[in-house]
Design a protein around this ligand. Structure first.
Ligand SMILES: [Zn+2]
Length: 301
């Protein structure tokens, strides 16, 4: 029996839906729908300081105006704390995590900002003011991506014992994402290549939870006109619901696809339906043209 395809789109409500997010929404939607799969929606509001009031609602109404239809209720990471606590307890019970009270400044002074496992064997007690790190296994530094092919990351930079609960008590993005994707049965992850270098850490977490990792499809990054990456979401233009078809077409072309030859399709839901039937996965760029190499990642295709 083939497994039912379950995909998702998981925007962070740090501002209105921008073009980079629209590309991820469209790519994940078309790939899932073409396989009669489910497409779930999750708001990644786990980091209150990064959020913009009203952005989550704004993103949802924009997606609706663009004709996207998601399956089931929208989930919010802010309501999933109990699940993350439970996951952290499990990691504790397997002795995979430890307390760390090193400040960022100290880690920079001691080892140029790369965490040196200093607290691994200090057996610090949790008194609520330290971070929790996981004992990362560097054999997870490589994985196969359905679009980028074989990806391998600089072990020094990407294979540190990473933080799963922050010093301020908030759960780290990596932990929350994996726990959510496991709990909601996500088996295919389609998202922007800006998260490519998080994948080794996430795959390690799947391993810690005795789950098999999903398959990954990382979509080409969006760059500005001169080929520079958009490093912060605030530089992305927000998409306009009044021009939904125009924006969908731009995102569709970014995914390497050929637009319809007719201009008769002028409603976003009709355009999406057309795109579901015409989308070709193998047209998506496999070249890491826009990948930010200054972050130490190395990709071979
Ligand atoms: Zn430490």
């Amino acid at each position: 029996m083939t497994q039912k395809w379950v995909g998702r789109f998981a925007p962070t409500p740090s501002g209105p839906l921008h073009f980079g997010s629209l590309v991820a929404a469209l790519g994940s939607y078309l790939i899932a729908r073409q396989r009669q799969g489910q497409w779930l929606l999750r708001i990644e509001d786990i980091d209150p300081p990064r959020e913009m009031p009203g952005a989550a609602q704004d993103i949802l109404s924009t997606l609706e105006a663009f004709g996207f239809e998601w399956d089931g209720p929208v989930t919010y990471q802010s309501q999933r704390t109990a699940a993350y606590e439970q996951a952290l307890d499990l990691l504790h019970s397997k002795s995979l995590v430890y307390q760390c009270d090193c400040s960022r400044k100290i880690v920079i002074e001691r080892n140029d900002g790369v965490y040196d496992k200093y607290c691994r064997n200090r057996d610090l007690i949790d008194i609520g003011d330290s971070a929790i790190r996981i004992k990362f296994d560097p054999t997870f530094a490589k994985f196969n991506d359905e679009i980028f092919g074989h990806c391998e990351f600089n072990q020094q930079v990407f294979c540190q014992d990473f933080v799963v609960r922050r010093r301020d008590g908030l759960f780290a993005y990596q932990l929350a994402v994996v726990v959510d994707d496991i709990d909601f049965g996500i088996n295919h992850i389609v998202r922007g290549a800006d998260i490519l270098d998080s994948t080794p850490r996430q795959n390690f977490l799947y391993h810690c939870f005795d789950k098999s990792a999903p398959s990954y499809f990382h979509l080409p990054l969006v760059t500005d006109e001169s080929g520079h990456k958009y490093s912060k979401s605030k530089f992305f233009p927000a998409v306009e619901p009044a021009k939904a078809c125009e924006w969908i077409l731009k995102a569709y072309i970014h995914l390497g696809q050929k637009p319809p030859e007719t201009d008769q399709i002028d409603k976003p839901d009709e355009l999406l339906n057309w795109a579901v039937s015409n989308f070709e996965l193998n047209k998506i760029s496999k070249q890491p043209i826009a990948y930010p190499t200054d972050r130490g990642g190395e990709i071979t295709t």
